[in-house]
Write a protein that binds this ligand. Structure first.
Ligand code: 13P
Length: 266
């Protein structure tokens, strides 16, 4: 099995110049470390929508995949939806994957169950792979509500399969779950590896319960993953990789995290 290390650049970097500088660093290092990373760890970056086309051009013919951070819920292709980018448009810009359901989208854009069901449907219709994010808030964690919260969030996948059973066979190839406790994002606070491991086990069992073909779901951990803690997450067999925010904005730290997962796979 391969690990996945995905950089979510969020609303960064500020300029095209800075995007290119980050890609220069990343691609130079990936070339050098190709053998270590390539075989055992897939790399993906998710630039902001405005940089997607330029980044995907530079990543063409490299081993690094390109993802959108979000797509429109309203239409898979075109329509009167000011400010939105559709699944078809991000595919045309070169994305092969999209992140969906990130907690920052849920929080700042009130993304609901129905909205995410629409987005998942549109993404898969356009052949985009989906990195589907779930995770509890600090209050829910303190209340020991982590598992019920993620069960509710995962039920979008169950509803998707009920509506479109024909997706079942191919979904394990096109869906990755990222468990990101909201309280760990950008805070430097992390759950213990044992807590993450138990939650991932629950996620894998839950998703496998939706369809037999989903019994090998890839589940990534996200939330303050950095060079210092990557090895400990990578060492746990339930943690198939990382969704990285802040540390993905420097090629050196992003690739060090990827190497940690590569080593653990070896
Ligand atoms: P940080 O790695 O900055 O905590 O962000 C995690 C995240 O939200 C990735 O999607």
């Amino acid at each position: 099995m391969q690990a996945w290390v995905i950089g979510n650049w969020k609303q960064n970097p500020a300029t095209s110049h800075d995007v290119n500088a980050l890609l220069d660093d990343l691609l130079t290092a990936v070339d050098t470390e190709e053998q270590v990373v390539k075989n055992s760890c897939r790399l993906m970056v998710a630039p902001s929508c405005i940089h997607l086309a330029a980044v995907s051009v530079r990543l063409k013919d490299t081993s690094v995949l390109c993802a959108a951070q979000d797509i429109s819920a309203h239409s898979a292709n075109t329509g009167a939806y000011t400010g939105d980018c559709s699944a078809q448009q991000v595919v045309d810009a070169g994305a092969t994957w999209t992140i969906l359901g990130h907690s920052e989208r849920r929080q700042y854009h009130q993304e609901s169950h129905e909205c995410l069901l629409q987005k998942l449907t549109h993404a898969l219709t356009q052949n985009l792979g989906v990195v589907f994010c779930i995770g509890e808030t600090q209050a829910q964690y303190d209340d020991k509500q982590t598992l019920p919260v993620i069960d509710t969030q995962l039920s979008v996948i169950k509803d998707l399969l009920a509506q479109q059973p024909e997706l079942t066979a191919s979904l394990s190839e096109r869906l990755i779950i990222a468990y990101e406790p909201v309280w760990a994002i950008g805070t430097g606070k992390v759950p213990t590896v044992a807590e993450v491991s138990a939650t991932h086990q629950h996620i894998k069992q839950t998703v496998a319960g939706f369809a037999d073909s989903l019994d090998t779901m890839t589940v990534l951990y996200g939330g303050s993953v950095n060079v210092d803690n990557a090895d400990s997450f990578a060492a746990d067999p339930m943690i198939d990789g990382a969704l990285v925010g802040g540390a993905s904005l420097k090629a050196e730290s992003f690739l060090a995290i990827a190497e940690a997962f590569s080593r653990a796979m070896a």
